[in-house]
Design a protein around this ligand. Structure first.
Ligand code: 13P
Ligand code: SF4
Length: 377
């Protein structure tokens, strides 16, 4: 499919489209493009958007889908920027490009403002600085860097160059086990909670997990001794949505409903993870609830839209959002029907707008770390 990057249709003509009209037009344009177009959707998307996705999944599943598909000639990614970058790297890796005679699959993020505040909590310069400072007290040859997939391609490339790996919330334990099979220590960024919750489940004591604050001098605010005694150095990043869930929310619900089962995303803080019955990626949360017997009562600690969808899809179960706070991922919400319609109709007219394309050297090294991610379940 040959596309140009200049829009054929202007977004201003889409802004006030009615939902039903936009939805019908997206379906029509998709119909015209058939299998040449793959629309992927993350579980946190708006209902009206995810309904139009060909396939939906958590970050791990969406990476696999982008890596596997051989038919599509364009991907519209209804998720956030780091997910689109990952899809670009995997869908346009050298062997796939060779199969297509060098033609790229453009990966389109319908609204480029759809970022991830957690991913923004670590940048390349900060991580390079951390690595150099670490070398003053420990041998960095003994450290495997792990980046959560919620990070820029630049950080994935850092991991690729230093023998490291990308993980998602679905395979973080496997990634940590792999890392320890290679080297003695791990530098885990940018989500402290996923790192801490996973390492704790592997019986690594808290005192061996110093927290690196990139805003502080002197080993990220740690005494040199703490770095020497470390096994997992955690980065001080967090997801603002999952910070809403508090231990008191679990206590309150358990008091009211003693039989309630609590499942939370591992981006929740340790005190919440410790009180929960289970932790899981968005994909795992969905399958646990699907497989539970009718009548089961659940409290779920993750993004509101997913929890409300689960409630609607499982009227035979009682499903509560773990917090009374909004718990909405505002950046995911940027992908709305007008943007999706604009992106898809432009594509059908031969124009790829809002293409996310990772610079080749970054993509090459990030791919090394992503390939390791896809080998670890
Ligand atoms: P999953 O990997 O579970 O899809 O989660 C991604 C995410 O951004 C959670 O906040
Ligand atoms: Fe990022 Fe949090 Fe939104 Fe997930 S929920 S995409 S971690 S801001």
């Amino acid at each position: 499919m040959n596309t140009v990057e200049k829009a054929v249709f202007d977004f201003s003509d889409y802004e006030s489209l009615e939902a039903a009209v936009a939805s019908e037009r997206v379906q029509r344009a998709r119909g015209e493009m058939g299998r040449r177009l793959l629309v992927l959707g993350h579980h946190y998307q708006r209902d009206e958007v995810i309904e139009l996705a060909d396939l939906r999944g958590d970050s791990y599943k969406l990476s696999e889908l982008a890596a596997e598909n051989r038919e599509c000639r364009a991907i519209v990614f209804c998720g956030v920027h780091f997910m689109a970058e990952t899809a670009d790297i995997l869908a346009n890796r050298p062997e796939r490009l060779a199969e297509r005679g060098g033609a790229r699959v453009p990966v389109i993020l319908p609204d480029l403002r759809a970022g991830c505040s957690l991913a923004d909590m670590a940048d390349g310069a900060q991580v390079e600085r951390c690595w150099h400072e670490l070398a003053d007290v420990i041998d960095t040859e003994d450290v495997t860097p792990i980046t959560y997939v919620n990070s820029s391609a630049e950080l994935k490339a850092f991991c690729g160059r230093h023998g490291g790996i990308v993980c998602t919330s679905a395979n973080a334990r496997g990634a940590l086990e792999w890392a320890f099979s290679q080297r003695e220590r791990v530098l885990f960024f940018p989500d402290q909670h996923l790192g801490r919750n996973t390492a704790r489940a592997m019986d690594i004591p808290l005192k061996q997990m110093p927290l690196w604050d990139p805003g502080l001098d002197g080993f990220g605010g740690n005494p040199a001794e703490a770095i020497r005694g470390s096994r997992v150095i955690l980065w001080k990043g967090y997801c603002g949505v999952h910070q809403f869930f508090l231990p008191g929310d679990i206590d309150r619900l358990r008091e009211k409903y003693p039989d309630i089962k609590v499942i939370v995303h591992p981006e929740c803080m340790m005190e919440v993870a410790d009180r929960a019955d289970a932790l899981g990626s968005t994909g795992r949360i969905i399958s646990e609830i699907e497989q539970s017997p009718p009548g089961t009562r659940w409290a779920v600690g993750t993004e509101r839209r997913l929890v409300e969808r689960l409630r609607r899809e499982h009227p035979d179960k009682e499903i509560h959002l773990l917090s009374d706070e909004p718990c909405i991922c505002e950046t995911m919400s940027m992908i709305d029907l007008p943007h999706l319609c604009w992106a898809v109709e432009n594509l059908a007219a031969g124009a790829a707008v809002n293409v996310v394309e990772v610079e080749p050297q970054t993509a090459r090294w990030a791919l090394e770390a992503l390939k390791r991610m896809l080998e670890v379940k």
